[in-house]
Design a protein around this ligand. Structure first.
Ligand SMILES: [Zn+2]
Length: 121
């Protein structure tokens, strides 16, 4: 296939849980499972192997957020260490689950744009 695919458009579609090809069908089936194929345009979505990529990027993003979150919360409110630990754990856990899904959608969109398919091991 030699047709040019727009990376930004497909990343944006992936972020919004849309098929990177048509932007109509949904990308995810459930929380993180990718549909085998788009229900609208039948693009083979499951052939784009995100593997560990989304988890790696999510960890990096969350670490970059965690440090200033801890620092500013401590500097502004001076909570007891246990309160700081508990509140940060809850906030970061929930945020990670949200960010992971967004990053995985964007990642599959990017793989689709680059036509980076799983060719089988
Ligand atoms: Zn589609």
């Amino acid at each position: 296939m030699t047709t040019q695919r727009d990376g930004l458009v497909s990343i944006r579609r992936g972020l919004a849980n849309r098929c990177p090809n048509c932007g109509e069908g949904t990308l995810f089936r459930g929380y993180l499972a990718i549909r085998p194929e788009c229900e609208v345009c039948h693009a083979p979505l499951a052939r784009y192997p995100a593997a560990d990529g989304p988890a790696f990027f999510t960890m990096t993003i969350m670490l970059l957020l965690l440090i200033p979150l801890l620092g500013f919360t401590w500097a502004l409110f001076r909570p007891s260490p246990l309160v700081l630990l508990a509140s940060t754990t809850i906030i970061v856990t929930l945020l990670t689950l949200v960010v992971l899904r967004l990053v995985k959608g964007a990642f599959v969109g990017y793989l689709w744009a680059k036509n980076e398919q799983d060719r089988g091991a």
